[in-house]
Design a protein around this ligand. Structure first.
Ligand code: KIV
Ligand code: ZN
Length: 563
């Protein structure tokens, strides 16, 4: 590569003192305008057909977008037909405004007026290019020439709008100095003010001034400076709605929009998932949900994000990346052990504290807000830690493993993942749990059992256990007493050469089993060498579950010691 400074001309920031935008806060959403059906569509390898455009239009309505640029009707027949389909087919709700784009050329402006006939609310969007570079290499004209193109077009639009307005259409105007980001700011002010004047903008009939980063060329802070400067210098500021139209060439479209809003813009033109020319337009989903996670209601509904993604992928034939913010397949998944552990602790904290706020590390948004609650938040591979497997067991299958058991089960799962060299799905983790603990029912088997209970003095119960056990080929009777069923059983087997274990801990809870419920008991024993052995017993009978759990621990100890 050539030395960069010999090839590329860096952006020259405007000199700016006392900028105010860094201290501002976003407290309300912008006016949203979708340009999916125009900017997004024109950038597709196969532009959408009418059916596909209609599906996307209705999706945008479901999301709650109220201003939708539906095309460039003078540019192609499909665009014209689509607009007519929307109007004649009654697809546009009364509270939605459609927007149509047109170049500053008289015959295209006239054709666009024909295309919008019969619509109730329309934004007529005029643009021409204004940047230093475009003036030099494309139009070969000076700023006066560029201003004349815009003003002549605006005059014509204003004249043609008179009868349309008189006939009752709610017709508004928008002007875009295309390539605004590469235009000298004083020239941008000049041309925009000239257009405001030509369109007779007033505070009561504001004109939208849409300021695009047609090609993103600078850091978002410099762009914010431009916006603040522009707004400060514009004589007719009160007669304008300042709109942004960021593209994403430097991957900074969202930041550009956010800082541009801080700098005083009120409206954003965006596309779903950032579709659009080259690297795309600013992503409406990310922008809106970034606001949402900062406590600002974006007034857009993304509560079924997968459905929106499915429509988007079908009609655009584009595939969303697995790491696409808020929607990608992997964006709510943690593989790393420490992340899994923290998510696990966060969700427990939420349950235990009853906190109304979302306070889960590593998850900036509650996936359930986007309809993603059924997806595995934690996925398990060989890098996953002790908390991950326990999280899956709890969230997917209802087993609340005691904390002391997490490292052991985590290790079992990790070894299996290492052995297979791939991620383990929840079903495989459940199967491992079953094989390792629940089905550890030999060599010790409980064949028969009986309990009898007597109330003792001081409200204390006394329980006697007797039963029959098998150890390989030997069957023997056992009996014992204690202050509860577990104690009685443990004492019974303790007297039968099974005394190499100490009882450490026990936990039991119910889990749903169809319409019924099952008791699950987790038993923690320790052998003479100080090694911990966990066992799990399952039964519809809550007295039997812990007995099975004790035998499961002992059986595992025997299996592992002899294997
Ligand atoms: O990116 C751009 O400058 C545009 C204009 C037509 C608004 O799409
Ligand atoms: Zn654009």
């Amino acid at each position: 590569m050539k030395p960069a400074h010999e090839k590329y001309i860096p952006f020259v920031p405007i000199p700016m003192q006392n900028r105010t935008w860094p201290d501002k806060k976003l407290t309300a959403p912008p006016i949203w305008c979708s340009v999916d059906l125009r900017d997004g569509n024109q950038a597709l390898i196969d532009p959408m057909n009418v059916e596909e455009k209609l599906a996307l239009f209705h999706t945008l309505l479901d999301i709650g977008v109220k201003e939708i640029e539906v095309g460039f009707p003078s540019a192609s027949d499909t665009e014209y037909v689509f607009l007519r389909t929307l109007i004649d087919g009654g697809h546009i709700p009364d509270d939605v405004t459609i927007q149509v784009l047109v170049q500053a050329r008289p015959h295209l402006i006239e054709r666009t007026f024909q295309a919008i006939e019969g619509a109730k609310h329309v934004i007529f969007h005029l643009y021409n290019s204004t940047s230093t570079l475009q003036r030099k290499v494309v139009f070969k004209t000076d700023m006066d020439g560029i201003i004349k193109i815009a003003v002549d077009a605006a005059d014509l639009i204003y004249a043609l709008s008179r009868p349309v307005l008189a006939a009752g259409m709610d017709l508004r105007f928008e002007y875009s100095p295309e390539s605004f980001m590469g235009t000298e700011m004083d020239n941008a002010v000049l041309i925009c003010q000239a257009v405001l004047d030509a369109l007779h903008a007033t505070p009561e009939r504001k004109v939208i001034l849409n300021l695009p980063t047609t090609v993103e060329n600078c850091m978002p802070n410099y762009f914010a400076d431009e916006i603040e400067y522009f707004i400060g210098k514009l004589p007719g500021r009160d007669s304008a709605i300042i709109s942004l139209h960021p593209h994403n060439d430097r991957g900074e479209g969202v930041a550009t929009a956010e800082l541009g809003l801080l700098a005083g813009a009120e409206r954003v033109e965006a596309t779903l998932f950032g579709n659009g020319e080259r690297t795309g337009n600013v992503d409406m989903v990310t922008l809106a949900l970034n606001l949402y996670t900062q406590g600002v209601d974006p007034k857009l509904d993304f509560s079924d994000i997968n459905k929106i993604r499915d429509v988007y992928e079908r009609v655009t034939k584009m595939k969303l990346g697995e790491r696409q913010p808020y929607v990608g397949e992997l964006v709510f998944t943690a593989f790393s052990g420490s992340h899994q552990d923290a998510i696990n602790k966060g969700t427990r904290y939420m349950e235990e504290s009853g906190s109304e706020y979302w306070e889960v590390p590593y998850l900036p948004i509650d996936p359930a807000d986007l309809g993603r609650q059924y997806e595995p938040i934690i996925r398990i591979n060989s890098q996953s830690g002790k908390g991950g497997a326990a999280f899956i067991m709890q969230h997917n299958f209802g087993f609340d493993l005691p904390k002391a058991m997490h490292p052991e089960f985590g290790r079992i799962v990790q070894e299996e993942s290492d052995r297979l060299g791939k991620e383990l799905k929840p079903e495989r983790i459940y199967a491992l749990f079953q094989e390792e603990y629940v089905k550890a029912d030999t060599p010790y088997e409980l064949l028969e059992y009986r309990f009898s209970e007597q109330s003792g003095t001081g409200g204390k119960n006394h329980v006697a256990f007797s039963g029959k056990l098998r150890h390989r080929d030997t069957i023997f009777e056992v009996s014992g007493e204690g202050n509860g069923p577990i104690d009685a059983f443990f004492n019974a087997i303790h007297d039968q050469k099974m005394n190499r274990f100490t009882f450490i801990d026990y936990k039991e809870h119910a889990i749903k089993d169809g319409s019924d419920s099952l008791a699950v008991a987790y038993i923690h024993l320790q052998d003479k060498e100080g090694k911990d052995w966990f066992g799990v017993g399952l039964s519809h009978n809550s007295n039997l579950a812990p007995l099975r759990g004790i035998l499961s621990s002992m059986n595992r100890a025997e299996r592992h010691t002899h294997s």
